[in-house]
Design a protein around this ligand. Structure first.
Ligand SMILES: Cc1cc2c(cc1C)N(C[C@H](O)[C@H](O)[C@H](O)COP(=O)(O)OP(=O)(O)OC[C@H]1O[C@@H](n3cnc4c(N)ncnc43)[C@H](O)[C@@H]1O)c1[nH]c(=O)[nH]c(=O)c1N2
Ligand SMILES: CC(C)CC(=O)C(=O)O
Ligand SMILES: [Mn+2]
Length: 491
């Protein structure tokens, strides 16, 4: 039920934005990008930073997801926050959509320019601004990739552990609240960002924790940093991030193990996590995923449900943790327990894991995978994974299951050939059932890929009408003209 006050404020928003209670989307009409717009952008940025060529616009029309491409009218490559600010302020005055672009590896259509407009590619802003080794933090420009950051910092003994498989931009990761295989120990972007520089839709430049601040904790006002983490380019452009770094572990060991029954594999994870064993990575691959993994990366593992795990720490504690994990796997009927300490063996295994998208696509030549991304409290994992496997089997469709199960997060990869609407409809139906079950188990419709285009229909169910309307009020307050990445998160 709406409170009277909230209802009044909602009515006010609906009136000023043209939304209805059921459709929160402001009915905004944008201005077209004309030759004169392009000339103004060239006057602001210089000739060589503004592109209207079809090939460039096409490259910025999509990410790695299944969503339909949508080209921006123009793509710009600023090299300073001042330029970003000028472009955004210009677009705001002229009611032109702005779509931030990191490296385009997102999985929910975040960079697709569904209303056209200006795509702002951050790749020319890719410097490390400041390294504070003793404090374990760094400040970077938006376009630096996570691998480039880690190469830069290797000699300092620090690393940035958040590792979505792709080599994406650090501020793209902020924008989607990315995570990946190390989140079970190190957290997601939400726990690892200390400060952000953001260009607001009217061109103002703010620092979410205050300029230059990098304290590990603060109680100073609203958590503006985490308002922008996960905002998917809808509230402003992140032009700098100060992130936490971590010490490179003294010792790292990986282990994998196989199971005949899914329940045994997932129950093992629940026991590992609930007994407080600090695993750094805890990944599940079902039998179908292992088949793709073996074929693509030249492994010869038994085609069985498997856990890939990694532990970090001082030598003695790593061996102790390794023994505890072995015992739990074996007590749950795990077999073929194998450990590896050599850096190249570990790197090969995780590279192959990160390439699962391409491994699954290779199972069906010419296909592109539709991927799902739900996350539940870890104790609910067995129920949802077992059910998901049943739905996939019943539909008689290829759908390898892979997950960051230590966090309760997992994906299904459905390779679909272009134009196969029957398969797409089946997959959409399974994806919907997964989301509904995840929500029923107190989980979320997206653990790490974001709402983008594909999950908009589920946001209302996840956070409720009041929750969405509060988000919409924040959006309205910061971006009253709705120029920032229109059509994303909200309808
Ligand atoms: C093979 C593979 C494997 C994975 C993944 C992808 C691929 C291809 N991902 C997804 C992806 O890597 C992740 O979403 C990244 O955070 C996207 O970063 P990009 O720089 O590519 O952002 P991209 O350019 O795709 O943009 C993503 C969104 O952020 C916005 N944005 C980008 N830069 C911005 C900025 N500076 N300011 C404001 N908004 C900005 C965009 O507008 C868009 O809405 C993933 N993810 C994950 O969490 N866990 C995983 O395990 C994986 N695994
Ligand atoms: C679902 C995938 C395409 C990407 C991902 O998140 C993963 O491999 O963990
Ligand atoms: Mn993932």
């Amino acid at each position: 039920m709406f409170s009277r006050v909230l209802l009044r404020s909602l009515e006010k928003i609906f009136k000023t934005t043209g939304c209805t209670k059921r459709n929160y989307s402001p009915k905004i009409s944008f201005n077209k990008v004309t030759d004169s717009t392009v000339k103004s952008l060239r006057d602001l940025l210089g000739e060589k930073k503004v592109f209207t060529e079809e090939a460039v616009r096409e490259q910025h029309s999509h990410d790695e997801s299944y969503h339909t491409s949508a080209m921006p009218d123009v793509v710009v490559f600023p090299d300073s926050v001042e330029y970003v600010s000028k472009v955004v302020a210009f677009c705001n005055t002229n009611r032109i959509p702005v779509v931030p672009y990191g490296t385009g590896t997102g999985l929910e259509g975040g960079v697709n320019a569904v209303q056209g407009g200006v795509s702002i590619n951050m790749k020319n802003m890719d410097k490390v601004v400041e390294v504070n080794g003793l404090d374990f933090d760094v400040t970077v420009q938006p376009g630096i990739t996570r691998e480039a950051l880690n190469s830069y910092c290797r000699d300092t003994g620090m690393w940035f552990p958040i590792d979505p498989g792709a080599d994406c931009s650090v501020c793209g990761m902020c924008a989607t609240s990315a995570s990946g295989t190390n989140a079970v120990k190190y957290g997601t972007m939400r726990e690892n960002v200390l400060n952000l520089e953001v260009v607001l839709p009217d061109g103002r430049i703010i620092h979410t924790s205050g300029k230059g601040r990098r304290a590990k904790k603060t109680s100073a006002g609203f958590n503006m940093t985490n308002l922008f983490v996960g905002s998917e380019g809808t509230l402003g452009i992140i032009t700098q991030a100060t992130v936490k770094m971590h010490g490179i572990p003294e010792k790292t060991v990986v282990a994998y193990c196989h199971f005949k029954k899914i329940e045994d594999a997932v129950d093992t994870v629940i026991q590992i996590v609930s007994s407080g064993i600090p695993v750094a990575k805890c990944e599940f691959l079902d039998d179908s995923a292992i088949k793709a993994f073996n074929a693509y990366s030249d492994y010869h593992m038994p085609v069985a449900h498997s856990l890939f795990m990694e532990v970090h720490g001082p030598e003695a504690s790593v061996h102790h943790l390794f023994n505890e994990i072995t015992t739990l796997c074996i007590s749950n009927n795990g077999y073929g327990f194998t450990g590896a300490e050599q850096a190249e063996d570990r790197a090969r295994l995780w590279k192959a894991r990160h390439e699962m998208l391409y491994a699954v696509n290779a199972l069906v030549p010419g296909s592109k995978s539709f991927v799902t991304d739900v996350c539940v409290p870890v104790t609910k994992l067995t129920e949802i994974i077992v059910k998901t496997k049943q739905w996939i089997d019943k539909a008689n469709i290829i759908g390898p299951i892979v997950g960051h199960v230590g966090d309760g997060n997992f994906h299904v990869f459905f390779p679909i050939k272009p134009g196969d609407t029957t398969a797409l409809n089946t997959v959409l139906d399974i994806s919907k059932q997964m989301v509904l079950l995840s929500l029923a188990l107190n989980g979320t419709c997206t653990g790490e890929h974001g709402i983008g285009l594909g999950k908009r229909k589920y946001l209302l169910q996840e956070v409720g009408e009041d929750g969405v309307s509060a988000m919409q009020q924040v959006k309205q307050a910061l971006d009253p003209n709705g120029i920032m990445n229109p059509g994303k998160i909200f309808y």
